[in-house]
Ligand binder design. Structure first.
Ligand code: HEM
Length: 209
């Protein structure tokens, strides 16, 4: 089904997604301040970690969805979705730094190095920073399309690192159901993208011949 939104409709779609993407954050703030949580630290750390992963998956899903539906305008939503992954990752990290270590950077650093699941999460977060910083149109121009694209392929590393972090955390509790589910989702999304890249090469080679 072909659907090509007008610029006005696209702005509306973006505004709706923006508000929806902020709802989990609003819910966390509300539940914390209204005193309804028994373990607010655990709730916020886990909630922000979950939403980082959801937005990484949604962002990775844009290209396959765009190809399958031919809704090419979906690409215009990808930057915002990626920035929401970074937003929730920053909250996740800040929660850890704030409530776990009261902004004691030395203690935080020790913890990052001591607990492997945190080391992996930290690496994923650090790798997200250049993607967020270079997400503007100005940075795309400054870096040049090709270099920008290469840099943004870091997401192929960040998503599996996010899964490994989740897996490792749950391994302590012998509870693998969710990491396996998200691992399969990320693997499928990455495989679809590898297939598209391979297919494009084959088509280009045919054109050259
Ligand atoms: C892209 C980066 C990251 C992703 C995708 C991510 C994702 C997650 C997920 C999905 C959870 C489990 C939530 C649940 O149980 O429902 C989690 C937990 C956690 N993460 Fe992350 N995380 C990332 C980065 C980080 C960083 C940078 C730190 C700290 C330096 C961190 C520290 C933690 C901690 C302390 C927990 C909770 C462990 C517990 O409650 O026992 N994460 N993360």
């Amino acid at each position: 089904m072909a659907f090509h939104p007008t610029p006005r409709q696209l702005s509306l779609i973006k505004a709706v997604i923006f508000v929806l993407a902020l709802l989990p954050f609003a819910r966390m703030v509300w539940l914390t301040y209204s005193g309804q949580l028994v373990e607010p630290l655990e709730f916020i750390t886990r909630g922000t970690g979950d939403w980082t992963l959801y937005f990484l998956c949604i962002g990775l899903g844009v290209t396959p969805l765009r190809r399958f539906t031919q809704w090419h305008w979906l690409i215009k939503l990808r930057r915002m979705l990626g920035l929401f992954a970074f937003f929730y990752a920053s909250l996740h990290f800040t929660t850890f730094l704030w409530f776990d270590h009261f902004f004691d950077l030395a203690a935080m650093w020790k913890d990052v190095l001591r607990r492997p699941f945190i080391t992996v999460g930290f690496i994923a977060f650090v790798l997200l920073i250049p993607l967020a910083v270079t997400s503007t149109n100005g940075m795309v121009k400054r870096l040049g399309g090709k270099r920008w694209q290469w840099l943004h392929r870091l997401v192929y590393l960040i998503a599996p690192l996010g899964i490994l972090h989740y897996w490792w955390m749950k391994a302590g509790k012998n509870n693998f159901a969710q990491p396996i589910l998200f691992g399969c989702i990320v693997a499928l999304l990455l495989l679809i993208r590898v297939y598209f890249a391979w297919n494009r090469r084959v088509q280009n080679a045919k054109l050259v011949r």
